[in-house]
Each structure stands twice: as C-alpha cells, then as structure tokens.
Design a protein around this ligand. Structure first.
Ligand code: AMP
Length: 193
C-alpha cells in the first residue's frame, strides 16, 4: 500500500510511519531524513539543504520531486511506501499524482495527523527540556518558522486532496497508540474499499 502522512512538524508523522514500516513492511520515505543524510555526508546538496533547513524554509520543489521519484523506483518500495514529509506544496502534490500515474502506481490513503500549534510548541519545549532534541532545527524559534511555512505552503495541500475525496483526518493530540489504531483502521478500510 502507498500512503501519505500529512501534518505539521512534530505531529508524529515519523513515529507513525516507523510503526507502519515495522508492521506492514511498507518503506518509510522521509524527505527530511534524506536531506539530513545529505547534510551529514557533506555533499553539495547537503550544503544547500543545511541553510534552508536551519531557517525552517523549504527546498526547491523540482529537487524534492526528483528525489522521491528516484526513491520510489527502488526495489525496497515494492511492498509500498509511506511518504513522510512529502508532498509539502501543492506543486509537489500535483507532481506526485503525475509521477504515480506514469509509474502505474496507486495512492491508497492520504492521512492528515492534525495537531494544534500550541500543542506542537509544548511538545518541542518538553523535548528540549528532556534533552531529546537531536536535530539542529529542533528549537522553538525554528519550529515557529516551520509552522508558519506549514500554514502558508503545505496546508493548501489539504483542500487539494479534500477536493478529490481522498483526505482522512486523525486527531494527532490523542496518544501515539490511539493514533496508530485509527491509522490501522483507515488502511484496513482502504484495502477493503
Ligand atoms: P522534516 O524532517 O520532514 O521535518 O523536514 C525537515 C526539513 O527538510 C524541512 O523543514 C525542510 O527544510 C526540508 N524538507 C523536507 N521535506 C521537504 C519537502 N518535501 N519539500 C521541501 N523541503 C523539505
């Protein structure tokens, strides 16, 4: 199955994607992780990504679309994939639809994990106070910029999928297990439907 997890930074997309990967063998494709490995490798792409990520801004659409298109074609995505952090703009969502059509692939579910901004700020403050913040963009100031970018550039994806009757929203303020349970139910229904 091929699934998109949407939602603001800190909503729990990565956690839920990892669970799906473990339980169903679908591959988690996190564009943020791919960019962080590029930064760690010191490549040209990494150098470009570091400044943009630390500023809470988005990488160019074409670059991200190419990255996902190449990744989806790898054999480890044969059992399906979970997109975590992509698409992040309407342009990326449109390009994804075109790409999947070209590759003859289907999207089984588009799931939004919805969390209020205040809760996200509280979550990151807790992570920092418990010294669990491991990313250089894990700080309140950058989170606030990332949230502003989310509302301006990424949230318009929601009506894009809604208009196609494809969007299902789960309450990301519930516990991790409850959110997982709801996602499981959505995927079960998607397989049956
Ligand atoms: P994430 O780990 O998904 O929160 O992504 C971390 C950062 O990587 C984001 O704040 C962006 O700077 C960049 N990034 C990740 N995915 C994308 C994408 N699909 N389009 C543009 N920039 C992205």
């Amino acid at each position: 199955m091929n699934v998109i997890l949407l939602g603001p930074p800190g909503a729990g997309k990565g956690t839920q994607a990892q669970r799906l990967q473990e339980q169903h063998g679908m591959k988690q494709l996190s564009t943020g992780e791919m960019l962080r490995s590029a930064v760690a490798s010191g490549s040209e792409l990494g150098r470009q990504a570091k400044g943009i990520m630390d500023a809470g801004q988005l990488m160019p659409d074409d670059l991200m679309v190419k990255m996902i298109s190449d990744r989806i074609a790898q054999p480890d995505c044969a059992k399906g994939f979970i997109l975590d952090g992509f698409p992040r703009t309407v342009r990326q969502a449109e390009a994804l639809d075109e790409m999947l059509a070209t590759k003859g692939l289907k999207l089984h579910a588009v799931i939004e994990i919805k969390v209020k901004d205040e809760v996200l700020v509280d979550r990151i403050e807790t992570r920092i106070s418990q010294s669990q913040a491991v990313r250089s963009d894990d700080n309140v100031e950058t989170l606030k910029k990332r949230l502003a970018v989310y509302h301006a550039q990424t949230a318009p994806i929601l009506p894009y999928y809604e208009a196609q009757n494809r969007l299902i929203t789960v309450d990301g303020m519930k516990s991790i297990d409850q959110v997982s349970g709801e996602i499981e139910a959505i995927l079960t229904a998607a397989v049956q439907g």
